[in-house]
Design a binder for this molecule. Structure first.
Ligand SMILES: [Zn+2]
Length: 82
């Protein structure tokens, strides 16, 4: 997984936190009409995409969603990995 620098200042570097115990990303969708939500899914946005289409099929007129994506960051000294 990439560990590109996001921001650097004063000898500290902000990077994506890519340790092996945490997911890279967490996804959840919420219907903007009825507030129904998908399951919270680690690292597989396709499951959330499928949920939104199925929700629209089952609920005509429910066509807009809010996607929430959580990612993890870590700050460390420049030149050192966490
Ligand atoms: Zn809905």
């Amino acid at each position: 997984m990439a560990t590109d620098v996001i921001y650097r200042s004063g000898g500290l570097v902000l990077r994506a936190d890519t340790n092996e115990k945490d997911p890279g990303e967490i996804f959840m969708a919420e219907c903007r009409k009825c507030s129904a939500t998908s399951h919270v899914v680690d690292d597989n946005r396709l499951l959330v995409e499928v949920w939104t289409v199925n929700h629209s099929k089952e609920n005509p007129g429910h066509q807009q969603y809010r996607l929430t994506t959580d990612t993890f960051w870590a700050v460390g000294r420049a030149g050192k990995r966490l």
